[in-house]
Structures are given as C-alpha cells and as structure tokens.
Design a protein around this ligand. Structure first.
Ligand SMILES: *[C@@H]1O[C@H](CO)[C@@H](O)[C@H](O)[C@H]1NC(C)=O
Ligand SMILES: [Ca+2]
Ligand SMILES: [Ca+2]
Ligand SMILES: [Ca+2]
Ligand SMILES: [Ca+2]
Length: 445
C-alpha cells in the first residue's frame, strides 16, 4: 500500500459568532451497509431502477477484466451485479437511450483512455434487452481517440437521434511523430432505418476544446439542438457551448482560472429551484468544488455568472493521480427537501470520500459549506452515485473503490447512528495479495 491514513473521522471547525471554535458534526453522515465485490470499479450511474457500473484497468486488453455491469438498485442488500459485457476496452461513463433509437432499451458507453494500449476507444451500444448480444461500436475507430460520455440529440433535424460526444487524444508520452494532443466535440450521424447499427456512424466535428466529460442541459430550456458544459482538462477551463438564433455553434468560457477541469454539470446545487452549475477541478494539490449561478431568466450566453468556491484544499496523495473527481448534490432524506442538499465529492487521487454540508441549511443565499472527510479510502475513488433506491426515505450511496475491488454501499443516517465500515487499510490492493482475500477482509464472503 502506497499510503496509509489514520482512520478517524474528523470535521473542520466551525467558528461561532461568539468567537469560540468548536468541532461540530454534520446532522447526517453515511452509515456502512455492505461492500459489493467488483474488479476495479470506475463509473457508476443509476438509470430508472438499475445501477450500472463500469470496470477498467491498465493491463493489456487481452488480459484485463473490463466490464459493464447492472444490478437492480432496490435489491442492493442481496442482488449480485450482472455482467452485461466484458468486450469494451476501458468503458467510461454511460447514458441510457430511449427505446425508439434502436428498437430496444440501450446503453451508450464511451470507452478508451490515455493509458498506453487503451488509447483507441469509441462509443458502443449495449442492448439491455438482450445482454448476451455483443456491444456494437458505432464510432469511427480513429487511432488514439478515446471517448467518455455520449448524449442523444437530433443534430441534422432528420427526425432520428444522433449522438453528441467529446473525443480526446492525450498521449502520455508525446513523441514528435504523434499527432498533437487535444479534444474535440463531435456528433455521430445516425444513418436511420432499422439497420442503423449495421455500419459505423459518420463522425462530424463540431468544435475543438471539449475533451473528457461533457454535460447536456436537459431542463427543457435550451438552445437547439443542444446546450452543454465542457469541463476542459487539457485547456484548463469550463466552456459553455450553445447555438445562436441562426443555428451557429457558439461558446463562452465560464471559468479559465480553475486549472485542469474535471466535471461541470447543470444542476440545482442549492435546491432553490433555479439551475446552477456544479464543477470540480482535477489537480495534484489544492483541488476544489465550485458552483456558478446566473439569473435563469437570462441566457447563459450573456448573463453575469457568479462563481462560488464551496471547498478547496483537496490534495492528491498518489504517485500518479489527481484530485478530486466528480461531485453532486444529494438530500440525505429523500422525503425532506426543505433545507439545502448536501454535496458528495469523490476524492479520486485524494483517496478519501468527502461530504460538504451546508453551514446553514436554510439560508439559500449562502454558499458556505463545511467539509468533512467521511473516511480514507486507501485507494482511488471512482464516480459514486446516490439515490433513495429502496424508497425508505434515506438516500443510499454507492462508492467505487477502485484498487480495493469493492463498491461500498452506504446509507445516510443521523450522524450519531452511523456505522463505520470495515477498515480499508486491511483490504488488499489489486497489486497486492489475491483479490479474494481483499473481499474477505472487507467482510464479504
Ligand atoms: C469559441 O469561442 C472563441 C472565443 O470567443 C472563438 O474564438 C471560437 O471561434 C469559438 N468557437 C466556436 C466553435 O464557436
Ligand atoms: Ca438525426
Ligand atoms: Ca440520420
Ligand atoms: Ca439553485
Ligand atoms: Ca433508501
């Protein structure tokens, strides 16, 4: 194990107006439920009633155990993840597609990564109604381009849904004979008809810049054919991409001060009913979480945008790696949305799991949050996800602990009633002892 942390919970101090400093726990914390064994889990999503997981690793593709898995979310106590496919190399994030697109329920998965041997990726379609069928890669199989997330939009107005995605070329070792690193926003043209998966789709470039993740605005108020956020890692900014009234693509840089960007999403961060942006960067030191607000009655293309820093000081601890990863708001109690939601942050290379609780949950004007490291993970944290999947009024949280080969299931509970999970410093890394021992150490038979 490269690093070990003191496995204690701690909270930042809260300064009271009287000038006293006391440590105050958030009202709610995360209580351990179980650890689900899964090789090197990466991205998690919840679509409808199911949890979806991707798994990838740096071994040569013919040795590696890549996978896309699914599990009935409400049955998290007993269900086992079902392998949908192990044929995609380095699957990243996923999107559930409408049945009308292919005539079956389908998942679009972006795949490939900058790790040598995995750099040529694509976008593939998984048939969820027939998981025994092989995924179909529809992207153009371009050397050294990899993809993270695709969204359906009708880009040419012919009535069928195309896919919009970002592709990235980021050679870890930039030999002079390699094409330059960079990112591009592209759309893949649906050929239409019943055999629209028979051939690869033509890939059209929209603009340069977007590279890893993108996020489509989907609140119904949007320019046509889309409005999106591109957290650009390579060019170190958050870009807002939209179409003007002449149908010409335009873009506006929302923040060029945050360094390498990781995520930026359209969300109601503070639960006041108006749309905001939640973002993270991805740095070796002093990574953070940021919100951006604007007057929703105005177009984001011209409105004044205010940046709020919700957390800083999130430090990478790995030899290779950066921090933090993805973050998202969640109501600890799904049936109580009167106060502001909490925010969960994947530490990624910081090797921890972080909770931001509103300093004053009822003050919707305030952007002050208290940061609590819930537990050290002793490994990379992938993209976690939360929802009240069993309808008991408490939100469950599913956390991919990459080198531990575990998805940790937790549930919001009152802070004082939270159960601590088995210590992760006793769970073997992938590089260490047998994976099976790791599962045993984590209390999973
Ligand atoms: C994006 O914005 C920059 C700066 O305004 C501009 O130079 C560039 O042409 C824009 N690209 C597109 C595709 O709109
Ligand atoms: Ca179309
Ligand atoms: Ca078409
Ligand atoms: Ca809001
Ligand atoms: Ca629940």
């Amino acid at each position: 194990m490269k690093y070990s942390f003191v496995a204690t919970l701690f909270t930042l101090s809260v300064v009271l107006s009287a000038g006293l400093t006391v440590a105050e726990n958030p009202k709610y914390g995360l209580s351990w439920v179980k650890d689900i064994p899964m090789p090197t889990p990466g991205f998690l999503d919840i679509f409808e009633d199911h949890l979806y997981f991707t798994s990838f690793n740096a071994e040569p593709w013919f040795l590696s155990k890549n996978g896309v898995y699914r599990m009935a979310a409400a049955d998290y106590e007993s269900a086992e993840p079902e392998l949908l496919t192990d044929e995609l190399d380095w699957p990243n994030d996923m999107t559930l597609l409408d049945k009308e697109m292919f005539g079956f329920n389908a998942l679009a998965v972006g795949h490939g990564f900058l790790v040598p041997g995995h750099a040529t990726g694509g976008v593939s379609i998984i048939n969820l109604d027939d998981p025994s069928s092989k995924p179909v890669e529809i992207s153009a199989n371009l050397d050294n381009w990899f993809y993270h997330k695709a969204y359906p939009r009708d880009m040419d107005g012919d009535g069928d849904l195309d896919l919009v995605t970002a592709r990235c070329r980021d050679n870890v070792i930039p030999f002079p004979w390699n094409p330059p690193n960079g990112g591009e926003l592209v759309w893949l043209e649906n050929p239409g008809g019943e055999n629209n998966l028979a051939d690869r789709w033509v890939e059209h470039e929209i603009m340069e810049g977007p590279d890893f993740l993108i996020n489509m605005r989907d609140d119904g108020v949007t320019s046509s054919p889309f409005e999106l956020l591109a957290p650009q890692f390579l060019t170190e900014l958050i870009n807002y991409v939209y179409y003007d009234s002449d149908g010409v693509v335009q873009n506006r840089t929302l923040d060029d001060q945050l360094g390498n960007a990781f995520a930026a999403e359209f969300l109601d961060v503070n639960g006041d009913g108006s749309l905001d942006i939640l973002a993270t960067n991805h740095l070796t030191s002093n990574g953070g979480v940021f919100a951006y607000t604007w007057d929703n009655t105005l177009s984001l293309s011209t409105a004044k945008v205010t940046k709020h820093t919700l957390a800083t000081g999130i430090n990478n601890v790995q030899e290779k790696g950066m921090a933090p990863g993805h973050s998202y708001p969640v109501y600890p109690r799904s049936d109580d949305t009167t106060e502001k939601p909490y925010i969960l942050v994947d530490g990624d290379g910081a090797e921890n799991y972080i909770l931001l609780s509103p300093t004053d949950g009822s003050d919707f004007e305030s952007w002050d949050y208290d940061m609590t490291v819930l537990f050290p993970t002793e490994c990379t944290v992938g993209k976690s996800v939360s929802a009240d999947v069993d309808g008991d009024g408490w939100s469950e949280v599913f956390i991919p602990l990459y080198e531990k080969n575990i998805v940790r299931v937790m549930k919001f509970q009152p802070w004082d009633e939270c159960v601590e999970g088995p210590p992760l410093n006793e769970v073997s890394d992938r590089e260490g002892d047998a994976v099976e021992e790791g599962f045993t150490a984590a209390g999973v038979a």
